[in-house]
Design a protein around this ligand. Structure first.
Ligand code: SF4
Length: 298
């Protein structure tokens, strides 16, 4: 394994190439006109031109733009959300159809203020997309819903193709990195989702660069596998602002060769698919995963 670069400047392999295609511009216009939010934009994702421009995949963020949590790595605004937009599922579905998306990821701000954690609107969005465009695969990326499993059941009843819930980091760093969420609760959340709907694939993600060791990453892989997770993604943590970098600095930039080695370890351990690389995000190449692992999907 090549030695990794310790924190200094962002390495060359993290530079972003901007190439706005027609698809990208079209998508941006639709999002604005429908008043919809995407994680792709809110999180300043480095893959936006590839995903929007070439792959036709988008990660919608529903239930508003204000999160009831304040995780140290996340750029989404936190505070007290106002009300609920009951028309949102219809507008998301309409946009998916207009864009003829092949795969859609639906995530949401955490809504700990709602009795069902937003599960009903989440589930309705999955169903609305399916009604509009039957062959679009649907991935959901919820918070842990406070560990209220009757709310998870509401979501799993909509039968998402992929249930994605991120542990984000290794056990030792979890409390510092994730506001209110608990490492073990996330593992249980993933297992319960699989028990409720074995037909759905489960997936989780780890951000690297926060001082975790290779051994800790492998322990996290084992924990996820013990809870029947099918898909793993590994990417480099990049603070979205100077303020985030102060609170949660990058301790190390993992080298692309190290990502390749971790991917080989993950597959060897038993994940059915692993996406790993410096620019990989939880929803990166998600369309490919859905089609690879679900033989019933074209
Ligand atoms: S990787 Fe995910 S968040 Fe980033 S642009 Fe692609 S779909 Fe959006």
């Amino acid at each position: 394994m090549k030695p990794s670069l310790q924190i200094s400047h962002k390495p060359a392999w993290l530079k972003i190439r901007m190439n706005g295609t027609n698809n990208y511009r079209k998508l941006k216009k639709i999002m604005q006109s429908e008043g919809l939010h995407t994680v792709c934009e809110e999180a300043r994702c480095p893959n936006i031109h590839e995903c929007w421009g070439k792959r036709k995949t988008v990660t919608f963020m529903i239930l508003g733009d204000t999160c009831t949590r304040a995780c140290g790595f996340c750029a989404v605004k936190s505070g007290r959300p106002e009300g609920l937009d009951l028309d949102e599922p219809t507008r998301v579905a309409k946009s998916v159809a207009r864009l003829q998306l092949r795969h859609v990821v639906i995530t949401a701000v955490a809504r700990d203020d709602l009795a069902d954690g937003g599960a009903s609107i989440f589930a309705e969005t999955v169903r609305a997309v399916r009604r509009k465009i039957a062959d679009c695969t649907v991935e959901v990326l919820p918070s842990d819903m406070g560990g209220v499993y009757k709310n998870l059941q509401i979501l799993m009843d909509a039968k998402p193709d992929i249930l994605n819930h991120n542990v984000e980091t290794v056990r030792r760093l979890s409390d510092r990195v994730r506001s209110k969420a608990k490492y073990d609760r996330s593992l249980e959340f993933l297992l319960r989702a699989k028990d409720m709907e074995p037909w759905s694939l489960t997936k989780s993600s780890i951000m690297l660069g926060l001082s975790e060791t290779k051994e800790e990453i492998m322990e996290t892989m084992d924990d996820l596998l013990a809870n029947r997770v099918d898909i793993l993604t590994l990417g480099q943590y990049i603070p979205p602002s100077k303020m985030h970098a102060k609170y949660l600095p990058v301790i190390k930039y993992w080298h692309p060769d190290e990502f390749a080695e971790l991917k080989a370890i993950a597959l060897d351990k038993g994940f059915r698919h692993c996406e790993a690389g410096p620019k990989v995000r939880s929803s990166y190449h998600a369309d490919k995963q859905a089609r690879l692992l679900r033989p019933d999907v074209d």
